[in-house]
Write a protein of this length. Structure first.
Length: 222
């Protein structure tokens, strides 16, 4: 049996894959609760899901980036960044990680999330890239993947959002991520035969399995 010191230095990752559309506020509160209650031996978690349609405003979000009235619910969040849209056809991955235990800085976390999306897309022949001055992942200057994190007491929550085959209408009433005129793009727009949500979830799990950050990875279907 491993002692506490060994457990703390060889973290377990629990991957929770949600098949049904998830309410944003419910998951937001659950992330905060887990982060507040965890200790040095709590396993890290990765949540893979799709949300019900919602606009979320970042902690320092500016109201003027919501361009006109909308029927979409607007939720004030505590992540970094400005306003964005979540909904069906967009893969969201939440990183509930102990950064101190992983020996990651915030920049490490951001780079890992961007590289994950770039490498997964590359598997399907999509050449995506990150920008040093505008977090996220882009293809031909159009944004395909967004990021936003919150760090509390060295633990992260929130994460990334990758556009698969979502309706882009939700982005049309906002300046996505605070950038006026920023065009969004989906995997569907780039490939005639594109991977679905379940396949991309599997790709992300395999990406973590190939990394050496976690001693054990447990997968749960919800």
């Amino acid at each position: 049996m491993m002692d506490n010191q060994t457990l703390a230095s060889s973290p377990t990752l629990i991957v929770r894959c949600f098949q049904d559309l998830q309410d944003y506020t419910e998951k937001f509160e659950a992330m905060k609760r887990l982060t507040d209650q965890r200790d040095a031996w709590t396993a890290d978690e990765l949540w893979l899901l799709q949300h019900q349609d919602v606009l979320t405003q970042g902690q320092a979000g500016k109201a003027e980036h919501i361009l006109h009235a909308t029927d979409l619910p607007i939720v004030q969040s505590d992540r970094g960044g400005q306003v964005t849209w979540h909904g069906q056809g967009q893969l969201v991955a939440y990183f509930l990680f102990d950064l101190n235990r992983l020996k990651w800085h915030v920049r490490t976390l951001v780079s890992f999330a961007e590289t994950l999306m770039i490498d997964v897309l590359k598997k399907y022949g999509i050449e995506a890239y990150a920008k040093p001055d505008a977090p996220g992942v882009y293809v031909n200057e159009r944004k395909i993947g967004s990021l936003g994190f919150k760090i509390r007491r060295g633990r992260s929550y929130h994460g990334l959002a990758l556009n698969i085959d979502c309706d882009l209408h939700g982005f049309q009433c906002i300046n996505p991520c605070g950038y006026a005129g920023l065009e969004m793009v989906r995997v569907q727009d780039l490939l005639a035969d594109y991977p679905n949500f379940q396949q991309l979830c599997q790709d992300i799990v395999e990406y973590f399995q190939r990394s050496d950050y976690f001693s054990t990875i447990e997968i749960e279907q919800h």
